[in-house]
Design a protein. Sequence first.
Length: 253
Amino acid sequence: MKKLLVRISITVLVLAIVGLFAMSLFLDSAAKKSIETVGSMLAKVEIRLDSVSLSLLSGSGKIKGLFVGNPQGFKTPSAIQVGTASLALQPGSIFGDKVIVKSVLVQAPEITFETDLKANNLSKILANMKTATGEAETTSKTSAQAKANRKLQVDDFLISGGKIHVSVTELGGQSATVALPEVHLTDLGKGPEGITAAELATRVVQAIEKEAAQASSGAVSDLAKQAPGLTKDLKSATDAVDKLGIGGLQKKK
């Protein structure tokens, strides 16, 4: 009888491990598809991932190879690329009403700030997301919209070590690279109402766009001064950049 009980216990344990492993693989695949589908719906650009891995036991996870494309009309190949992002979830919350995300760390993202001195790619993506979020709140929800509106709480969201590739189409596509200042958001969605995935994505892109615009202003100014044949148009370029809110070009003395 003892041997039988031991065998049954071992069998149950093995089945439980296999079940957890299979469920983890299902969650990984579902999370990857959800991010790509919901993200593309919100931003109206191509979003793809190499992989997503989540541990049901520890709550730790990794996202690899995030690619965010550019809106139509922009010439650079991407807006955001991330090699690796790590996160820590409260394991028991994954199947609850509100997913508790303890931390998100995005390491060394590559941000492209493309502007024609009238608009920029990041602000266009942000506008798309705000429009999509508003539409999701006022219309009957599709499956993707429902996922975008699932409640979250994110205690700490950190983006560090990033680079901004500044591209000015008005100056013949000239480019420069500057550092992206650290982006640190905390206490997102605390309280019973939480924050939706759509709202979280909008807050993050808004913070990135703000920092990228400010950090790019000097590079835009330097590129303008180096551009041949721009001297007579420098005043109009200055006015355009001022309207963008990314700092002023230095006027010719």
